[in-house]
Design a protein around this ligand. Structure first.
Ligand code: AHR
Length: 347
């Protein structure tokens, strides 16, 4: 009698343990967001790599912008907002105000709002890999636009879906080629760099500097960060001009800094376009007007119009399509030959 009771108790305990185990397993695989199978934002996720997106319409899309000042950023944001509205999707927008730590917490707040997918325009490549990993841990897919993150810390088709953006190395090379031709391969160049740690700055520098080395008469006499900002471009140029009054060319990693440099050159009594040849990247309206005025030599386009390609990519991903690691945005180049006719479509 005692033996039968002992048996009953143990069989009941075994039953409870097995049932508990089954329940735990079921929770681990069935609790899901609209994006992909997950164990929630616990840091020990078991979702796909990269997380899946199963919803195709009525999406809640988080867009983390790294800053929202200057014509280029404003045009990019507007393009995303316009396309989200055209697709009938909701866009939740955050502005990191040029702070990597704010951008990481912006992404965390998009995760907390349970968006279906995050579109991230990372400020800098190393710190923002963390934001990608945070979203992945919460089983929310991420698409990077405009700038990439460090592939040693997060990689496409694994930690994030894909990177959509221009070939920054090629942009730098094209600016250098134009300058070498214009100056017959002889110039003393001041380089104004974009934000340190941003792939747009790192790669535009690599592309330009490597190409300049192919012409023996070209020298980069100074190279300094001016943060992709017009006024910092002006101030940095003003300072560098004092140490290097013999400068004959300026390469700015974006138009805003080039326009700032043009102002500094004029203030120092130099004629941009004659005494000093200025080249840059972006293709904004003020730059095209500067080309028409003869003060800027060329600007290599870097399109900010990411809305259509980003939403098309989101829908392709939701439809189960395998995407390339890098969706390359094709850019043109503006000079005196085509600046006027591209003015109306510029930003
Ligand atoms: O990442 C793209 C660059 O960022 C653009 O050239 C620049 O204008 C912006 O700040």
């Amino acid at each position: 009698m005692k033996l039968t009771r002992f048996f009953h108790l143990n069989i009941s305990a075994l039953f409870i343990i097995v049932l508990g185990g089954l329940l735990l397993t079921a929770c681990g695989t069935s609790s899901s967001t609209s994006s992909g199978g997950s164990t929630g934002n616990s840091g020990t996720s078991s979702c796909a790599s990269p997380p899946k997106l199963t919803k195709t319409t009525g999406l809640k899309v988080g867009f983390s912008q790294n800053e929202n000042t200057g014509p280029w950023r404003l045009a990019e944001t507007k393009s995303m907002q316009t396309e989200a509205a055209a697709q009938g999707d909701q866009l939740i927008f955050t502005d990191a105000q040029s702070s990597a730590s704010k951008q990481i917490s912006d992404v965390d707040s998009l995760i907390a709002q349970k968006v279906d997918i995050i579109v991230l325009a990372p400020l800098t490549s190393e710190p923002l890999a963390k934001a990608v990993q945070d979203a992945k841990a919460a089983c929310i897919p991420v698409i990077l636009i405009d700038r990439d993150v460090d592939h040693k810390l997060a990689s496409p088709n694994k930690d994030y879906v894909t990177f959509i953006g221009s070939d920054f190395i090629q942009q730098g090379k094209r600016a250098a080629d134009w300058l070498i031709q214009k100056t017959n391969g002889k110039a003393k160049v001041i380089e104004l760099e974009g934000t340190t740690g941003a792939t747009a700055a790192t790669n535009r520098k690599t592309g330009f500097d490597n190409e300049i080395k192919t012409a023996s008469g070209m020298t980069i006499i100074a190279s300094q960060d001016a943060d992709f900002n017009r006024d910092k471009g002006r101030q940095t140029m003003q300072t560098l001009l004092q140490a290097h009054p013999d400068v004959t060319a300026v390469y700015a990693h974006n138009d805003e800094m080039a326009i700032g440099a043009i102002a500094a050159l004029k203030a120092a009594g130099k004629k941009p376009g004659k005494d000093v040849i200025v080249v840059s990247i972006d293709g904004e309206k003020d730059a095209l007007n500067a080309i028409i005025a003869g003060e800027l030599g060329t600007t290599v386009q870097s399109s900010p119009f990411f809305g259509p390609v980003t939403f098309q990519t989101i829908k392709q991903y939701a439809g189960g399509q395998k995407l390339d690691d890098w969706i390359v945005v094709k850019d043109q180049q503006f000079t005196i030959d085509n600046a006027q006719q591209n003015l109306a479509s510029s930003f």
